[in-house]
Design a protein around this ligand. Structure first.
Ligand code: CA
Length: 227
C-alpha cells in the first residue's frame, strides 16, 4: 500500500515514515500542499496535514477531490470541532487529531481503504472460518450455526469477520471500532459492547466471542468441561 504523506513538520514525518514502513506501507512525502494532486497516481491513501506553510490543507483536500476519489485522512493538530467538520466537508474520509496512536492511524488507513474497496487493503483473504458448529463465510458474508443461516446486520458481521480473521488473537476495542465504524466517538465502546452482546445472542453461543478484560475481544472455543 502506498501512502502520500503531506506534512511540513520534519520531525513528524521522520517519526511516521518508519512506523508506516514497519506496517508494510510505502510512502512519498511532500513538505508542502502545492503539487499534491500531481503525486496521486499510484497512491492508495493520502495523509494530509491541515496546517501547511503554503496552502491550507482544506484547499488541498478539495483539490484532490476534484481529480480523484483516493481516500484522504486529514491529520491535524487542530482539534476544534469546526475544523473536523470542515475537513470532512472538504471531502476527507476521516480525521485524526495529533498526537495520535500509530496503531490507530494504521487501523484507519486500512478502514478507509476497505470502505473504498481498494484491493490492496481488502483485509482478510476471505475463505471460511469454522468454530465448533459455527461457520463464518468471509467471502459470501454468510454465517451459519448447525447449517442454519443466522441473520446479522452489516456491522455485526464486520465485527465477527474481523475477529474471525484474527485467528483467535485478541482484537483491541479501538481497532475494532476504527475498522468497523471508521471513526471513534465517546460512546463507541458501549456501541461495540451492544453489538457483541447481540452477536452472542444470535449465534446462540455466548462463549464464542470471548471478552479479554480491559483489552478487547477474541474468538475461541472454550475447552470442554468435564461432566
Ligand atoms: Ca503542519
Amino acid at each position: 500500500m502506498h501512502i502520500l504523506l503531506v506534512e511540513d513538520d520534519d520531525r513528524v514525518a521522520a517519526a511516521l515514515r518508519p512506523a508506516l514502513h514497519r506496517h508494510g506501507m510505502t510512502t512519498t512525502r511532500l513538505a508542502q500542499g502545492r503539487g499534491a494532486v500531481d503525486h496521486l497516481p499510484g497512491v492508495d491513501v493520502v495523509l494530509l496535514d491541515l496546517g501547511l506553510p503554503d496552502v491550507d490543507g482544506v484547499d488541498v483536500c478539495r483539490a484532490i477531490r476534484q481529480v480523484s476519489d483516493v481516500p484522504v485522512i486529514v491529520v491535524s493538530a487542530r482539534g476544534e470541532v469546526d475544523d473536523r467538520i470542515l475537513g470532512l466537508h472538504s471531502g476527507a474520509d476521516d480525521y485524526l487529531v495529533k498526537p495520535y496512536d500509530i496503531g490507530e492511524l494504521v487501523a484507519r488507513v486500512h478502514a478507509v481503504c476497505r470502505r473504498r474497496g481498494t484491493p490492496a487493503a481488502a483485509g482478510p483473504a476471505g475463505g471460511e472460518v469454522v468454530l465448533d458448529r459455527v461457520r463464518i463465510d468471509l467471502d459470501r458474508h454468510v454465517v451459519t450455526v448447525d447449517d442454519a443461516e443466522v441473520a446479522l446486520t452489516r456491522k455485526e458481521f464486520q465485527v465477527l469477520a474481523l475477529l474471525a480473521a484474527a485467528g483467535g488473537t485478541v482484537c483491541t476495542r479501538s481497532r475494532i471500532v476504527a475498522e468497523v465504524w471508521g471513526r471513534s466517538w465517546p460512546g463507541a465502546n458501549r456501541t461495540l459492547d451492544v453489538h457483541v452482546a447481540t452477536l452472542r445472542t444470535k449465534l446462540g453461543r455466548a462463549d464464542l466471542v470471548q471478552t479479554v478484560r480491559g483489552v478487547g475481544y477474541r474468538l475461541g472455543v472454550p475447552a470442554p468441561t468435564a461432566e
